[in-house]
Design a protein around this ligand. Structure first.
Ligand code: ZN
Length: 239
């Protein structure tokens, strides 16, 4: 069973489409670490696609915010404006689906998926200290997560925590792994290309990938929708 690993699609249909084309034929199933919506101009198209294609999914903080499950006071001005726009744009069916999304961590055969940290989908695992701090909360040696929009992740051994260097990592039996596929729809690691990973359990191997997509088209949609223009700008610089 080969897995396509997605996270933080954020209503970016063009980025998702580019990834599906790029990864075609190289996976059997899809897992989704949350934040289907928020920021991007196509929350309905993305949610509908996820409803039909990613039964293995956990909710993200933006999914909560866009259906009223999170107080928008926690969000900055731009995130709040986009959550309010998304809330108004969602169809009733898609809203109900997002509302009912399961909270992570969610167990699968041999690994788990989550959005932020095992205890809080809004907690960021950004640096080595963060990874070390949450180690005791990990129920599995292999976890897929998102939220930071930074491709890579961490591996943890008795003698310390290291960053995983992309574009690939072999999963050793003696270590814990936190794998972040990066963000499909709003990368923040300085590379504007859409991010995803492929997990090959039999080979105990994870590959990281980046794909160029039609950023100007998404930027135009963001502007036309009346979403904050900074959301269009940041797609170009991957920040
Ligand atoms: Zn996100």
């Amino acid at each position: 069973m080969r897995w396509l690993v997605l996270s933080d699609i954020h209503g970016n249909w063009e980025a998702l489409e580019a990834i599906l084309e790029h990864a075609a034929g190289r996976y059997d199933q899809i897992l989704n670490c949350g934040d289907l919506v928020g920021y991007g101009p196509d929350p309905n198209a993305v949610t509908e696609w996820c409803r039909n294609n990613t039964p293995l999914v956990v909710r993200g903080n933006h999914d909560k915010a866009c259906v009223g499950l999170l107080d928008l006071e926690w969000f900055n001005k731009v995130a709040r404006a986009s959550a309010e726009w998304t809330m108004a744009a969602l169809t009733e069916e898609n809203r109900a689906y997002l509302y009912a999304l399961p909270q992570g961590p969610r167990e699968v055969e041999g690994f788990q998926i989550l959005h932020g940290s095992p205890e809080d989908e809004d907690e960021y695992i950004v640096n080595l200290d963060d990874a070390e701090r949450i180690e005791s909360q990990l129920d599995h040696a292999l976890s897929f997560f998102g939220h930071t929009h930074l491709q890579g992740g961490f591996w943890i051994r008795r003698n310390g925590v290291r960053r995983i260097s992309t574009p690939a990592v072999n999963i050793e039996e003696t270590a814990f792994y936190l794998i972040n596929p990066g963000s499909v729809g709003q990368p923040r690691d300085g590379n504007p290309n859409a991010a995803y990973a492929i997990y090959l359990p039999e080979e105990r191997h994870v590959e990281y990938h980046r794909v160029a997509y039609d950023v100007p088209r998404v930027q135009q949609k963001i502007v036309n929708a009346g979403l904050p223009e900074i959301l269009a700008y940041r797609l170009m610089i991957g920040s």
